[in-house]
Design a binder for this molecule. Sequence first.
Ligand SMILES: Nc1ncnc2c1ncn2[C@@H]1O[C@H](COP(=O)(O)OP(=O)(O)OP(=O)(O)O)[C@@H](O)[C@H]1O
Ligand SMILES: Nc1nc2c(ncn2[C@@H]2O[C@H](COP(=O)(O)O)[C@@H](O)[C@H]2O)c(=O)[nH]1
Length: 192
Amino acid sequence: MNGNIESGTIIVFVGTSGSGRKTIAHQLGKELGFQYVISHTTRPSRPKETEGKDYYFTSRQAFIEADIRGEFIQTVELDNHFYGINKADVTAALQVSPVIYVIVNRSGANKLKYEFGDKAIRIFIYVNKQLILERLQARAVSEEIIRHYMDHYIEEVSYRKDCEHVFENLDLDETKARIKESILTHLPATMS
Ligand SMILES: Nc1ncnc2c1ncn2[C@@H]1O[C@H](COP(=O)(O)OP(=O)(O)OP(=O)(O)O)[C@@H](O)[C@H]1O
Ligand SMILES: Nc1nc2c(ncn2[C@@H]2O[C@H](COP(=O)(O)O)[C@@H](O)[C@H]2O)c(=O)[nH]1
């Protein structure tokens, strides 16, 4: 393992935005007792998002200053907004649970793989572009967010070849069951 990251397993949920990553990650995290590491972001919060639950929403200046102090394990800039995972949040989460999880894009997944090595398990979740569009429209998501998801689709979907496990999320319960089974293969039997 690189850097000073303590030993522990990190489940990295990655994939195409709108494919159901958050739904699956949080439901499995709750079921299996994994601790979530909340990202920090400079993007404005969206309807129904809560500070300290979905993200830590922060100003651009505060984010940059924290980055200069070396507080982030990884950062990315997407559509003029910064996102990052704070090292102290990772440390704190690992004190609560030996298995933690994050939801990030491909560059974040790459960096976490580099830092955690074999202890990072990348779970790639996707559905086809048309299905994402239909799901977003059914939820009356804004045109701006839909465009944001669609713009990054090709870049994100091509990352699946690099991940430890890949899942198409058609039936939610079935996908969750398959992901759970895969995750458990990486953990001691006492955790199942
Ligand atoms: N298998 C499924 N079938 C139908 N709808 C689903 C399925 N899985 C998740 N959804 C729904 O799709 C929507 C998007 O899911 P979610 O927010 O979990 O996606 P995401 O990939 O985390 O997206 P984001 O990029 O916003 O983080 C939610 O309304 C969720 O309830
Ligand atoms: N590399 C990182 N990616 C992150 C982080 N937090 C969230 N994300 C990913 O960014 C996109 C856009 O998110 P949105 O909430 O604005 O739609 C999505 O793929 C997230 O999973 C992070 O800390 N690092």
